[in-house]
Design a protein around this ligand. Structure first.
Ligand code: ZN
Length: 273
């Protein structure tokens, strides 16, 4: 999402993936770029491609076309590159734990996207960026009910360091999801090295940050890993290489010894004098 914002194809604030409708070729190209950088998964770009968000930008009638296009392109790239394809649902923005009507609405939004994911042959479904454990559970239950057996990966966003917004410690909330049948549980978003308001570029992690993060994750046994806001293919390659992968993009991984400025003896002399 942020990468398309950075490139000028997505409006910060709305964060809706209209680029899927307007420039599907660019979306396909970005899918391929991340495979090139080492991703095993082609994730359909449907984050904030749900009914409420599209309604907020006056494009509710494009909902199904947007979802199916994002899914089909992801399926195509996954098949072409021998990877797996994930569909995605996310935080609805309507969920209010004290209001049953909003919960019904959120479940309806999940259901339609889950059904499109099944019809477009996703290999599994990601439910992401939930800060309320009830909404995360509703997403999982919807995938279980309408996902025709597709595995569910559920990740939450920690806006507070240790507890969900409905006051449940994360280990407990995630364990409940796992016990309810999630294939993978974890965290995404909101817990990076820096917080960002509107200016992501000013607080973006650099490649050393990513390598440090990936090595720590590997050390503690994390087997399923990705990057969230601020991700780009160069950082993703860093992550993949930290996990001992050698994706095609590794051919172009940095080698500063080749730099005429930093790799030569002049620079070393400056530093040593
Ligand atoms: Zn994020």
């Amino acid at each position: 999402m942020w990468e398309f914002g950075r490139r000028g194809y997505l409006k910060y604030g709305a964060y809706t993936p209209e680029v899927v409708l307007e420039h599907p070729n660019l979306v396909e190209s970005m899918y391929r770029e991340f495979v090139h950088a080492g991703s095993d998964v082609v994730q359909a770009f449907t984050y904030f491609g749900h009914r409420e968000k599209l309604k907020s930008v006056g494009r509710e009638e494009d909902l199904e076309t947007l979802n199916r296009t994002a899914l089909r392109l992801a399926r195509k790239v996954a098949d072409d590159t021998d990877k797996i394809m994930a569909a995605g649902i996310c935080n609805t923005g309507v969920w209010d734990p004290d209001n049953e009507t909003t919960k019904i609405l959120a479940r309806k939004m999940f259901k339609e996207q889950v059904e499109w994911a099944v019809e477009e042959n996703a290999d599994y479904i990601i439910g992401e960026t939930y800060n309320d454990s009830g909404e995360a559970m509703a997403a999982l239950e919807t995938i279980k009910e309408y996902g025709k057996g597709l595995p569910a990966v559920i990740t939450m966003a920690a806006y507070f360091p240790n507890i969900t917004v409905d006051d449940i410690p994360f280990p407990q909330a995630l364990r409940k999801l796992e016990e309810a049948g999630a294939a993978v549980v974890g965290l995404n978003c909101a817990r990076g090295k820096h917080l960002y308001p509107n200016n992501l570029e000013s607080v973006r992690c650099n490649s050393e940050d990513i390598r440090e993060f990936a090595e720590e994750a590997k050390r503690i046994g994390v087997q399923y890993i990705g990057l969230c806001c601020g991700n780009c293919s160069a950082l993703f390659r860093e992550l993949a290489e930290s996990y001992d992968r050698k994706p095609p993009a590794s051919k172009y991984a940095p080698d500063i010894s080749l730099s005429s400025v930093f790799g030569g003896t002049i620079w070393q002399e400056i530093w040593t004098c």
